[in-house]
Write a protein that binds this ligand. Structure first.
Ligand SMILES: C[S@@+](CC[C@H](N)C(=O)[O-])C[C@H]1O[C@@H](n2cnc3c(N)ncnc32)[C@H](O)[C@@H]1O
Length: 283
């Protein structure tokens, strides 16, 4: 079959919300070319070997495997991150968190101490902390993660993007107590914690991603509760905290934040669909 024939034939069969785009991506990967090639050479015929490779990729996608795992990478904040089933696939909405941290940093840099620590909790692929390290020059970068397997990928991505990040294994803020308590420095904490409710977790589209990256307990707030308990227990006073949240969680998180950090400001940022997506808790 030619490229021109494959695209409509296979996209009609594919179970996906974006069948044409998915087929184009899989076809481009099969041919080791970019998508433009497909439209420049629509009459190119696939060899028997390439056809077999394409069909294997098609079957994986048709079984629900995310395109990012099939390709082995995902773009986030204009950078390509290696991903596989050890880590969550970074989502476009998480770019809002990165943008807000950069904006905050630029607006506050004059008021902050000369040593600034930026710590990302639940680093996963490293997408957030690496994107920050690529865009913020004068800071120390830390990533904490409970999953040993995810840490392996985060370290590979940091190397790939040539940024210096210290990764630590542990439960939320536990491994970073001394970093955030350091009186010589100001700290900024970021986190995209698992926040899906048990109900939301039943979505079959999520079956390939690690449960530990998604599961937030019955109401999705379990990790946030522990996070704010740790803030209180370790007496942490960061300059600011940026948390990605589920769209119905802002009120509950405000309550937790008020209790742990009573004198801090609390702001909710919406995503492009108008849903609450991020909270910023700052001095
Ligand atoms: C929603 S994912 C976010 C990954 C990445 N930061 C991103 O935005 O693409 C949450 C991450 O938190 C990690 N995690 C889950 N429980 C944790 C805990 N108790 N302490 C530290 N990390 C945890 C998971 O392994 C996962 O990598």
């Amino acid at each position: 079959m030619t490229i021109r024939q494959i695209i409509p034939t296979y996209s009609a069969k594919l179970k996906s919300s974006s069948p044409v785009l998915d087929i184009e991506i899989l076809l481009a990967k099969t041919l080791n070319k970019n998508k433009e090639y497909l439209y420049t050479y629509p009459d190119k015929k696939l060899t028997a070997k390439k056809s077999a490779t394409f069909k294997k990729l098609f079957n994986r996608r048709n079984n629900g495997e995310p395109v990012a795992y099939i390709l082995g990478y995902q773009e986030f904040f204009n950078l390509n991150f290696k991903v596989d089933p050890r880590v969550l696939i970074p989502r476009p909405e998480t770019e809002i968190l990165v943008e807000e941290v950069i904006k905050y940093y630029k607006s506050k840099i004059q008021d902050l101490k000369s040593k600034i620590c930026i710590a990302d909790i639940g680093a996963g692929s490293g997408a957030i902390i690496i994107a920050l390290a690529k865009n913020i020059k004068k800071a120390e970068f830390w990533g904490a993660e409970i999953s040993k397997k995810a840490l392996q990928i985060a370290k590979q991505n940091a190397k790939l993007h040539q940024v210096k990040i210290k990764f630590l294994k542990g439960n939320l803020l536990d491994p970073l107590q001394s970093v955030i308590c350091d009186p010589q420095s100001d700290s900024i904490i970021t986190a995209n914690l698992p926040y899906l409710t048990s109900q939301e977790l039943k979505n079959p589209n999520l079956k390939y991603e690690p449960q530990i990256a998604l599961k937030g307990g019955a109401d999705g707030l379990k990790l946030f509760q522990t996070f704010f308990n740790q803030i209180q227990k370790f007496k942490l006073q960061p300059q600011s905290i940026f948390l990605e949240i589920g769209h119905k969680q802002a009120a509950a998180i405000k309550k937790l934040a008020r209790h742990a950090l009573p004198n801090y400001k609390f702001k909710v940022v919406k995503d492009l669909c108008g849903f609450d997506r991020l909270v910023i808790i700052s001095k």
